[in-house]
Design a protein around this ligand. Structure first.
Ligand code: CMX
Length: 435
């Protein structure tokens, strides 16, 4: 961990000064009025949080520390012979705002491999879960239990000074990320019984080890997919359910394991991360009803039936985005390169031509375009990872990168307990009675 932690130690005092300056200059400025509808409307558009790793623009999509997905694909170090960015590098970028060297990324791969073992009681917890328990519930249980060895919780009990919070938070965050492949692999094995678990190879990168634990270590294209997948799913600014939940729970000084387990419970909802599972279910059902190579007319009818049944079209729409998600585009480009004639990929492409017009015509969704979840399942299925219930676990592994990076900065910058104000409808009526 040496180099990353050292760099962070240099950056923290500078950022403390920077935040001080920004607050002195802009601290009393207003973003504009808050209207009552925002309280009832899921707080859409309400400026409420600081999140440094990434910012989401409604039109252009996510930028990680100011860089678009195509830019990070070009700039971040790759594995030998690979062409997708290594998520190790993305974590370095999220934390420091800087592009790491190949050597720094290799050091991080080694560090994570060295931290990857999970306590045997956590293995037992997973093994005792019935295979019928959703993989995300097993994931959340295991991550919660990692709090047993939290450096932060221990330091807090020993009276650590507020100025030192970030050190043990960094250690816990690194441990958290490092242990996720073993947890994910064990859950996969527990639920789908794929035989003996591979061991972490300390000479390999994070995505390779994760792939090996799922039984795909020999499939170079799948490993490349994992590198891209983790990178693009890592962070999507701070207001989405999983990111915000992690930050919120962390603000109570719950350690990173407790905070991220809470993130996972939010990611497990069908309007958020579970949508990648829902998309595949929906596509499979469509194929079984209207057959492969269905006509546009048949697809249209199926989409309309979904809407008329009072259900959402999974993988479409977004609370912030108003254009096609660049994370969707990145996966589409991967598919065009690696699986251009896969029938399921073709169906996804056909749906992309059809759904936006229907959602526009239906007139409710503010964004008729696809999001990240519309594409990921098809890529995984192509390589043989067909157990769709597992897909959100991979989203969860990725999301740890963004949440962990912000938890470290929150503790470094002394972020306070979150505690926004709530009102009852009666209170709102009273406040605005004569206004
Ligand atoms: N299909 C059908 N109806 C949709 C829709 C979709 N894909 N997207 C939005 N709508 C509907 C909403 O349900 C809402 O209907 P009501 O007025 O009856 O409640 C209306 O359009 C307005 O919603 P909105 O303001 O456009 O969207 P929200 O910000 O409230 O919600 C989201 C955003 C993502 C939950 C929503 O678009 C949705 O349910 N999409 C399908 C599920 C999905 O793909 N989620 C994954 C998002 C990415 C991620 O977090 O992983």
């Amino acid at each position: 961990n040496g180099a990353l932690k050292e760099r962070l130690a240099e950056l923290i005092p500078l950022e403390l000064e920077n935040v001080k300056r920004v607050r002195a200059e802009h601290g009393k400025k207003s973003f504009g009025p808050v209207v009552v509808d925002q309280l009832y409307g899921g707080m859409r558009g309400l400026p409420a949080l600081i999140w440094d790793g990434s910012v989401l623009d409604a039109e252009e999509g996510i930028r990680f520390r100011g860089k678009t997905i195509p830019e990070i694909q070009e700039l971040l170090p790759k594995a030998p012979g690979g062409s997708e960015p290594l998520p190790e590098g993305l974590f370095w970028l999220l934390l420091t705002g800087e592009i790491p060297t190949q050597e720094q990324v290799t050091e991080l791969s080694k560090d994570w491999a060295a931290r990857s073992a999970i306590p045997s009681f956590v293995e037992d917890i997973i093994d005792r879960c019935p295979p019928t328990l959703h993989p995300m519930s097993q994931f959340s249980l295991a991550v919660t239990a990692l709090n047993h060895d939290s450096a932060f919780a221990k330091a807090y009990q020993n009276g650590v000074s507020k100025k030192e919070y970030w050190g043990p938070t960094f250690e816990d965050s690194m441990d958290l990320i490092a242990k996720l492949p073993n947890i994910a692999g064990r859950i996969y094995n527990n639920v789908f019984g794929q035989g003996k678990l591979a061991a972490i190879d300390p000479t390999k990168d994070y995505s390779h080890n994760l792939s090996a634990l799922l039984g795909f270590g020999d499939n170079a294209a799948f490993v490349e997919l994992m590198r891209l997948y983790i990178t693009i799913h890592s962070d999507h600014e701070g207001g989405n359910v999983s990111a915000h939940t992690g930050k919120l729970v962390g603000s109570a000084l719950s350690d990173p394991f407790l905070a991220f387990a809470a993130s996972l419970n939010g990611l497990a909802g069908p309007l958020h991360g579970l949508a990648n599972q829902e998309v595949l279910l929906w596509l499979t059902k469509m194929q079984s009803q209207i057959g492969a190579n269905a006509s546009d007319a048949a697809v249209k009818e199926y989409v309309w039936a979904t809407l008329k049944g009072g259900q959402v079209v999974p993988g479409y729409g977004h609370a912030v985005l108003r254009k096609t998600d660049p994370r969707y585009t990145a996966q589409r480009e991967f598919a065009l390169k690696h699986l251009p004639s896969d029938p399921m990929f073709k169906l996804v492409g056909q749906i992309y031509e059809i759904v936006p017009d229907i959602l526009l015509e239906a007139g409710k969704a503010k964004n008729p375009w696809p999001n990240v979840d519309a594409h990921s399942g098809v890529l995984l299925t192509y390589y043989g990872l067909t157990q769709m219930q597992f897909y959100t676990v991979l989203f969860g592994v990725s999301r740890a990168f963004g949440v962990a990076a912000q938890l470290i900065w929150d503790r470094a910058l002394g972020a306070p307990l979150e505690r926004p104000k709530s009102y009852s409808t009666a209170a709102i009526e009273k406040i605005f009675k004569d206004k």
